[in-house]
Design a binder for this molecule. Structure first.
Ligand SMILES: C[S@@+](CC[C@H](N)C(=O)[O-])C[C@H]1O[C@@H](n2cnc3c(N)ncnc32)[C@H](O)[C@@H]1O
Length: 353
């Protein structure tokens, strides 16, 4: 009896392991199935007509039934949608992340994965062997980082900034809500992108002056965004390179959102030393991004994010652990560090001079 029980347990366990393996093995196929369904508006269709049949769905989308059947099989087997009888419906995750109306939609990020990250990660083997971003050859240009090359590809830069805006829109709610900036007068958002974060912080803290410090081409997008939202008095745009140029003057806080993950340890440490030298006593450096667990076992989001930095972005960065940032801050001279855990594997580490 015990042997029989063990046999069944083992079979269930092996089946689970193999199913998980298939998700990894076919990751590119499941991803393209997902992206195709998003682009076709399939999840929106399921949302407006729950229990819709395959034939009806094909009709609504104006597509032949066989390709729709293939998509539905992929989405059902991977657990994004459910099939009961002949009817299909979204899971909660699909509703939250994949429908156009959801404020938590990641549709722009999916497009960025398809248009850019996917192409870069194709070169991961070469990137690992050479410890450099071999996937950057996918974009014409001579510059060493993705961010510099994007300036010659306005279409892709738009896709990139839209995905960043989506990510910021989700994450900055938490940031604006939990980050206490009562005593800060002038905050510089270094690598602040299209100013989405800066505007959110300016709204939350009306006394605060915010400067967005990013490359000239991105600064043009930021300027337009700030103008459109009527924040010109509170949010200033200063184009520049944070490694080569001084930070905008008189800042008492330097914020880095999704920025320290881009670079290797040496550059990050140099940047922290520069922050320490530029800030007044009591000033803060604030790092906000997804974090790797200190035990280096996850989360999945950190594991997914890291190969992008190696294979295409810079050839150097990754999602570091909490304790690495804290140690670098202390070594740069910051007297004290504080941490804040936020949803979706995000976190904030503050170094106080
Ligand atoms: C991953 S995005 C993050 C954007 C924004 N902080 C956010 O959280 O959505 C990185 C940003 O850093 C900018 N950047 C890269 N290298 C830079 C540098 N050397 N100086 C200033 N900005 C830089 C890029 O143009 C891009 O907007």
């Amino acid at each position: 009896m015990k042997r029989l029980w063990n046999y069944f347990l083992e079979r269930i366990w092996a089946r689970r392991q193999i199913e998980r393996f298939y998700l990894v093995f076919g990751g590119h196929i499941f991803f393209e199935t997902l992206r195709t369904a998003v682009r076709l508006g399939l999840f929106d269709c399921l949302e407006s007509e729950p229990k819709i049949t395959r034939q009806q769905l094909a009709q609504r989308l104006g597509l032949a039934e066989q390709p729709v059947r293939i998509l539905l099989l992929g989405l059902t087997a991977s657990g994004l949608i459910r099939k009961r009888g002949t009817g299909y419906r979204n899971t909660r995750v699909a509703r939250m992340l994949l429908t156009a109306q959801s404020p938590l939609s990641v549709r722009s990020y999916i497009e960025l994965q398809h248009r850019l990250i996917y192409r870069g990660v194709y070169w991961l083997l070469d990137s690992v062997r050479n410890s450099s971003n071999c996937g950057l050859k996918e974009l014409s240009g001579n510059e060493p980082t993705l961010y510099q090359r994007l300036a010659h590809h306005p279409d892709l830069e738009g896709v990139f900034q839209q995905a960043m805006q989506e990510l910021s829109n989700h994450a900055n709610r938490e940031l604006a809500e939990h980050l206490d900036l009562k005593s800060v007068h002038h905050l510089v958002d270094v690598g602040g992108g299209d100013a989405t974060n800066a505007i959110a912080l300016a709204k939350r803290w009306p006394h605060l002056q915010v400067s967005v410090f990013d490359s000239p081409s991105v600064s043009l997008i930021a300027e337009q965004n700030v103008r459109q939202q009527g924040f010109e008095a509170q949010v200033k745009i200063t184009p520049g390179d944070c490694f080569g140029d001084p930070f905008p003057s008189s800042a008492d806080a330097l914020l880095f959102c999704h920025f320290f993950t881009i670079w290797g340890e040496q550059r990050d440490r140099q940047l922290l030393a520069k922050c320490y030298a530029s800030l007044p006593k009591g000033g803060r450096v604030i790092i906000f991004n997804m974090m790797q667990r200190n035990d280096e076992r996850g989360p999945l989001s950190a594991a997914i994010g890291s190969p992008y930095f190696l294979s295409i972005a810079t050839g150097a960065g990754m999602l570091y652990t909490w304790k690495e940032y804290q140690q670098w801050m202390r070594e740069a001279g910051f007297a004290r560090t504080e941490t804040l855990r936020l949803p979706r594997d995000h976190g904030v580490i503050i170094g106080i001079k």
